[in-house]
Design a protein around this ligand. Structure first.
Ligand code: ADP
Ligand code: MG
Length: 400
């Protein structure tokens, strides 16, 4: 096995072989190109992105792998997902793949790459997708899929792409084809991650800076195993509250409002608007302070900010749920844990916990056992590492 990219870009061997095997089994093709793109976890900065604030995600060592080969049918791409177990096809030329189910993601990524590169008659591709990023749990399986497809197809079509451009193509595909108006955070983390680092993204101008995590600090992801159905509607409602708060204060976005100004003009806002704005403004400050603490090697101080972030999301922004609260509370009570919070949109999904890396496996076991005791649910808790962003994989599989 030879790999073109650095240590951080190493996807699991089993994932890679699974993707290549799926390509062969479903399309009879041998992999021409393999690419991997990581999922991500957001360390701090929640519900700040659409308010043009700050976020701090890191790419994690869970990858989506795509194997690509030339497709035999003119004008048609074919895609297979090991996770859905289904094979779908779609036209190489389409304004939108909306309504194509999960295949809107890979087909959309191909369409947007062709558009960006000015390819008017794209060569058909067969793609096999095999992902180690759990689908729909807030670790960005969607962006990792899109970025992996763009990376594989760019290699197959001979298109040179910088990592930021690649992230923007993926973002556009999610907007136009999957119908999800996502920010730059997910594709940027997947495309531009750096081993050992998180990314500080300023969502106002989309500038990105890498932030080294202190040595000796481990990161745990805890999946609560619940996804409450109200997540979508509540997300939209919170977004409206934030926008209404900014409008009432005569600002284009909450980014243009200082905490002092908010308190002085609190009377102009309805209660829910004020509470939402308080979260967003305080969260932006916490992100920047977190970066300062981490850069100064003060992991404990950074961890405390995660606790404050969780309370703000629970009490002011009101997007937590009993399962997230339970997992955060249990984690925060374990000696050696530095900080814990819900991560992602809320109403289920995952928590993220900072802890001493020496005992990360023990924390994972304790946290999942205590979570089961408390809630009766199976919570999957696992350690993650900050890894490099997407890359092509140079690999010869089975020599065939
Ligand atoms: P998240 O990005 O947090 O995992 P999303 O709802 O944004 O959650 O994206 C999940 C969707 O992305 C899935 O429902 C599916 O449509 C698509 N997707 C992601 N990974 C795969 C995969 N390996 N195979 C097929 N579809 C996938
Ligand atoms: Mg997603």
């Amino acid at each position: 096995v030879s790999r073109a990219d650095g240590e951080g870009r190493r996807a699991d061997r089993a994932l890679i072989e699974g993707a290549a095997a799926a390509l062969k089994a479903n399309f009879g093709a041998r992999a021409l190109t393999l690419a991997a793109a990581p999922g991500r976890v957001n360390l701090i900065g929640e519900h700040t992105d659409y308010n043009l604030g700050f976020v701090l995600p890191m790419a994690i060592d869970r990858w989506c792998v795509v194997a690509a080969a030339p497709g035999p049918r003119a004008g048609e791409h074919r895609v297979h997902s090991v996770q859905t177990g289904s094979t779908l096809a779609g036209p190489v030329l389409a304004e939108s793949h909306a309504g194509a189910g999960w295949s809107a993601y890979p087909l959309g990524a191909l369409a947007e790459l062709a558009r960006y590169a000015g390819i008017r008659d794209p060569r058909p591709l067969d793609l096999a997708i095999n992902s180690g990023v759990p689908l729909g749990s807030g670790l960005s399986s969607s962006a990792s899929l899109l970025v992996a497809v763009v990376t594989a197809a760019a290699a197959a079509w001979g298109v040179e792409l910088g990592p930021l451009v690649r992230a923007r193509i993926a973002q556009r595909a999610e907007h136009v084809h999957a119908g999800v108006p996502c920010g730059i955070m997910d594709p940027a983390a997947s495309s531009m991650g750096e081993a050992g680092h998180a990314l500080l993204i300023d969502c106002a101008d989309e500038t990105i800076r890498t932030v080294r995590l202190p040595p000796g600090v481990g990161v745990l992801v805890g999946d609560t195993g619940v996804r409450h159905a109200l997540a979508g509607g509540e997300y939209a409602a919170r977004r409206r509250s934030c926008e209404a708060a900014a409008r009432a204060l005569g600002a284009a976005s909450l980014r243009d409002v200082t905490p002092e100004r908010l308190e002085a003009d609190a009377g102009l806002l309805q209660d829910d608007q004020l509470a939402c704005a308080r979260h967003v403004l305080s969260e932006n400050r916490r992100v920047l302070e977190f970066v300062e603490r981490v850069s100064a090697g003060d992991a404990r101080g950074a961890g405390a900010l995660m606790g404050a972030s969780h309370r703000s999301l629970r009490d002011d922004f009101r997007v937590s749920c009993p399962e997230l609260d339970a997992m955060v509370e249990i984690a925060s009570g374990l000696p050696g844990v530095l900080g814990s919070r819900m991560t992602g949109g809320g109403f289920g999904g995952c928590t993220v916990t900072l802890c001493e890396s020496a005992s990360v496996d023990r924390f994972a076991r304790d946290l999942s056992a205590k979570y089961r005791e408390r809630t009766g649910r199976d919570g999957r808790v696992f350690a993650v590492e900050p890894v490099a962003g997407a890359g092509k994989i140079e690999e010869s599989i089975g020599g065939s």
